[in-house]
Design a protein around this ligand. Structure first.
Ligand code: AMP
Length: 179
């Protein structure tokens, strides 16, 4: 299916919720896409179509990246690795900090998730300022793997997250729907 067709079908189902989780934010709610069997299938098909054949593992960013990443990994006969907010993973972890509007937050990955030679695709629902994706790329690289690509259902172009990811020159960025 052409890329434009995927985005036309899915964009209609994305729900805009104003002032959530705080005033001034327009939250892009993908639950209507997840709830619809045909749209869920179409969305997974798009993610799969963007992932290089030489990828050896899928990582998903907490928490909607878990939902999307796991089904995509299953579809490609690959394993799935969660990238979680600090303090949630039980075993030994690597940690990367990233800037929020006020202060910083951290993401973690299990130290035994990947090894040198692994080629990873990272999945999340939305690219905004790019801080989360940037930290996730650094985290996977810390574990020894190469990040081949990052994949988002939605990109908020006006926040210029893609710019923040440019320094990872070997990592391609894919987004289906742009606002
Ligand atoms: P950022 O680090 O600024 O790129 O933010 C990306 C992360 O925040 C992703 O995990 C998104 O799920 C979430 N996020 C940021 N802005 C929105 C939004 N407007 N609607 C839904 N999720 C968002």
């Amino acid at each position: 299916m052409p890329e434009k067709k995927y985005s036309e079908i899915i964009e209609k189902a994305i729900r805009n919720v104003s002032d959530f989780p705080k005033p001034g934010i327009q939250f892009k709610d993908i639950t209507p896409v997840l709830q619809n069997p045909q749209l869920l299938k179409t969305m997974v098909e798009w993610f799969v179509s963007t992932i290089d054949k030489n990828v050896t593992g899928i990582a998903g960013i907490e928490s909607r990246g878990f939902i999307l990443g796991t089904v995509v990994a299953h579809e490609l006969n690959l394993g799935f690795t969660p990238i979680r907010k600090k303090g949630k993973l039980p075993y030994k972890t690597y940690r990367e900090d990233y800037a929020l509007e006020y202060g910083t937050d951290s993401l973690e990955i299990h130290q035994d998730a990947y090894e040198a030679g692994d080629k990873v695709a990272i999945i999340d629902d939305l690219l905004a300022t790019g801080g989360t994706a940037d930290a996730s790329i650094r985290l996977v690289q810390k574990s020894g793997a190469e990040v081949v690509s990052v994949h988002f259902l939605i990109e908020l172009d006006f926040l210029q997250g893609r710019k923040k990811l440019e320094k990872h020159s070997h990592t391609k960025a894919f987004s289906l729907i742009h606002y």
